[in-house]
Design a protein around this ligand. Structure first.
Ligand SMILES: Nc1ncnc2c1ncn2[C@@H]1O[C@H](COP(=O)(O)OP(=O)(O)OP(=O)(O)O)[C@@H](O)[C@H]1O
Ligand SMILES: [Mg+2]
Length: 454
């Protein structure tokens, strides 16, 4: 094994690139505006690591969505920066850079990452993971890091929420072990692109496109999104993060009860200051009420206690003491088969719902939008619900244009995202502060209680 040599790479990191190099952890997400210098920073981070570690069996990969792209964006940087270290060799046909320590950096495209199975990696860069299939990370690349506890860096510009970049951004935000770190550098804060250039870009782009490419907005790609911009703000303000359950406060639930559809449940706590702590989310479909009653019971067990009666091992006890359970007013409707309403069926299972008032959808959405700035979310437990909230958007009239008038009155789209959005809307419209109960009380009794305290 050769000694690490004091080589100088001809690279002067910009201040925020420097911050990234110094503060990154084993897994890192670097979310930046276009032309920030992500690729330059990523390549140099690999070169520096190779030289620091100094092992001749050190192996790293720089992955772009396609091999041609990896070559076009990173091979010249490898040559410029690693090439300045005496003794570095470049294997052109394999796109491998061999440093004088013996460490190797290989360029690859995720379109042929399967070919790597069986190898190990000490270090990895995924450049633009929003364009990569998720399984390439979970099934191919992540396992290659396991032998040697290799590092991984994800760097890119947001492209909406249904992709690997958003997933790992959320994962990093939810991490409490110090394994993950994440950085968000929008153009308005870095100052790396001249104002005149940004102004020109802005004139030539849709506002949403501009926010995505230069301001690191995940919301922009979801056209007509109701809540995504507010969730971007929550993210910026640090309100989506690991958020423990506050044992001194009751946990309220708000439900969207699907018949053949999915059922979504938010778990939240309301602080005396009026801030809401949204601490958990559960969604399933094709299950009866008994299943959800079991989920609630599992979460009410002492923290950490597993419930062996639940099929999902993930439902560890959280020590929840429940306050109010809120459901839409249609739980009063009697079902044909049983002649019983779902509210009554739930009460037999120990869940006594209060009903959210029958507001119009538009009023409910407005109410939730007004409240969202006071919400804090647990990034991990609420990840699935947050994703749906971000994706909840307007329906577009067939043949309508893309202008603002075309959106007017077209209403929300009913899709996979609407259950989470509806349930949180009921939370806001149905919750009354006087329903707060002390922990230990089994149920809230209020004049909203549909079952009239029986
Ligand atoms: N530390 C630095 N000092 C000087 N120039 C730099 C530095 N870092 C990056 N650059 C220059 O900034 C430009 C953009 O760099 P890079 O390709 O790494 O950006 P990017 O964020 O990956 O962009 P894209 O969004 O297009 O992928 C390049 O011309 C690069 O040479
Ligand atoms: Mg790049």
């Amino acid at each position: 094994m050769s000694q690490p040599a004091p080589h100088v790479i001809p690279y002067t990191p910009r201040p925020l690139q420097w911050r990234f190099h110094e503060e990154r952890s084993r897994f890192c997400v670097l979310l930046c505006h276009r032309r920030f210098g992500k690729t330059v920073a990523a390549v140099n981070d690999l070169v520096r690591q190779a030289l620091r570690v100094g092992r001749d069996d050190w192996r790293a990969a720089y992955a772009a969505p396609f091999l041609g792209q990896a070559k076009a964006v990173a091979w010249d940087y490898c040559k410029r920066f690693a090439g300045a270290v005496p003794g570095t060799r470049f294997l052109e046909s394999e796109l491998v850079c061999v440093l004088p320590t013996g460490g190797r950096i290989r360029l690859l495209g995720t379109e042929n990452a399967q070919a790597l199975r069986g190898l190990y990696l000490d270090d990895l860069v995924l450049d633009e993971p929003a364009d990569m299939p998720r399984q390439v990370w979970t099934q191919v690349l992540r396992p290659m890091l396991a032998d040697r506890q290799g590092r991984a860096l994800f760097c890119g510009t947001p492209q909406g929420t249904d992709n690997l970049l958003y997933d790992v951004w959320q994962q990093a935000g939810a991490d409490t072990q110090g394994l993950w770190s994440r950085f968000r550098f929008p153009a308005s804060e870095t100052g790396y692109l001249p104002q005149t250039e940004l102004a020109a870009a802005r004139r030539g782009m849709d506002e949403a496109e501009y926010l995505q490419e230069f301001e690191c907005s995940f919301a922009a790609a979801v056209r007509g999104a109701y809540y995504a911009p507010l969730l971007d703000a929550a993210e910026r303000e640090g309100r989506i993060r690991p958020l423990p359950h506050a044992p001194e406060l009751p946990v309220h639930t708000a439900w969207d009860l699907g018949m053949d559809d999915a059922t979504a449940i938010w778990f939240f706590q309301v602080e005396p200051s009026g801030c809401w702590r949204i601490i958990d989310y559960y969604e399933a479909s094709g299950e009866g009420l008994a299943h959800y009653a079991q989920v609630l019971a599992a979460k009410a067990r002492p923290a950490g206690a597993a419930d062996s009666s639940m099929p999902e091992g993930s439902l560890a006890g959280r020590g929840f003491v429940y306050g109010t359970h809120i459901a839409p007013h249609d739980i009063r409707v009697r079902e044909l088969g049983t002649g019983q309403s779902r509210g009554e069926s739930a009460a037999q299972l120990g869940i006594r719902f209060v009903m959210a008032p029958a507001l119009s959808l538009a009023d409910g959405i407005d109410a939730l939008r007004r409240q969202l700035p006071r919400f804090w979310f647990d990034a991990g437990a609420c990840a699935q619900g947050l994703k749906a909230l971000r994706a909840y958007r307007r329906r577009w009239r067939a043949g309508a244009g893309q202008g603002a008038q075309a959106q007017a009155g077209s209403g929300p789209l009913h899709d996979w995202a609407s259950h989470a959005a509806d349930a949180l809307r009921y939370a806001v419209t149905g919750f009354r502060p006087q329903q707060e109960v002390a922990p230990g009380a089994r149920r809230a009794r209020t004049n909203y209680d549909f079952f009239g305290g029986n």
